[in-house]
Design a protein around this ligand. Sequence first.
Ligand SMILES: NC(=O)C1=CN([C@@H]2O[C@H](COP(=O)(O)OP(=O)(O)OC[C@H]3O[C@@H](n4cnc5c(N)ncnc54)[C@H](OP(=O)(O)O)[C@@H]3O)[C@@H](O)[C@H]2O)C=CC1
Ligand SMILES: O=C(O)C1=N[C@H](C(=O)O)C[C@H](O)C1
Length: 265
Amino acid sequence: MTSSPLRIGIAGITGRVGRLLVEEVQQQENAVLSGGTALSKDIKTISDTVPVFDTIDALIQVSDVIIDFTNASITATHAKAFKNSHVAWVLGTTGIDEDTQRLIQEAASIVPVIQAANFSPGVTLMLRLAGELAKALPASQYDAEIVETHHRQKVDAPSGTALAIGESIAKARNVQLKDVKNSGRDGVTGGRKEGAIGFAALRGGQIVGEHSAIFLSDVEEISLTHKAFDRRIFAKGAVRSALWSAGKPAGLYGMNHVLGLDPVQ
Ligand SMILES: NC(=O)C1=CN([C@@H]2O[C@H](COP(=O)(O)OP(=O)(O)OC[C@H]3O[C@@H](n4cnc5c(N)ncnc54)[C@H](OP(=O)(O)O)[C@@H]3O)[C@@H](O)[C@H]2O)C=CC1
Ligand SMILES: O=C(O)C1=N[C@H](C(=O)O)C[C@H](O)C1
């Protein structure tokens, strides 16, 4: 018996990642591209055959799973739509605030939601390694700093990935990131507070995405660095997540689940 192909929709189909997602979905044997959404209402089709809908609700009607790389300003609307659906949600959009994150969690009680600030396997591993280092290197001796660099079009800072690295380090140190976060130092800042997790964001050119987690003591430095050379790595990870979502129960998942990594202890 052959099963029908998975219908994958793309929210943000005209975007930098969205355009690569089109190519990646179209290469899948067991999936079809059901359509997309864009901010611009002028675009009605992609390649003359793929419909571009005005609303997420219309895309939900024709999809089994939707991959979403759009803008944080529309994520709350999307969360409410998925909560009233039977459609899985692969969410890559960053810059999401706490209230919207709660709505995402509500949607995840109804449908599978795979959310990752970075769908590359390398960063998924880096998040774990940063936590391991933070566990081994006491905050009283090792200052943690996170540096990220992105293209000039990026609208949010620090990047979602930088924040996720910060969350990993904070979790390993048994603190809340919001209590120790020190982002974008400027002016007479005073000395560094013990246990602070610092963030610095650089913007310029067409850098795809670079992240470093740096641990500095009085006598040594150890750092982890990830550099994405091609956005396609994110599109491939997101499509892999969409395929993985088929038949999964409702829940909030991450790229670690898709890669089959054990939970971090
Ligand atoms: N998780 C991950 O692995 C990665 C996450 N990202 C994140 O994904 C998001 C998109 O990145 P990128 O592709 O570079 O961005 P782009 O600006 O290139 O694309 C954004 C897409 O979303 C659409 N869009 C923008 N605003 C809205 C809105 N209010 N309602 C509906 N659609 C909207 C745009 O439509 P139009 O073209 O009509 O403006 C476009 O199709 C960002 O948050 C980025 O940080 C990026 C890379 C990797
Ligand atoms: O906007 C981008 O481009 C990227 N955004 C993600 C983030 O905010 O971490 C992932 C990647 O670094 C590219």
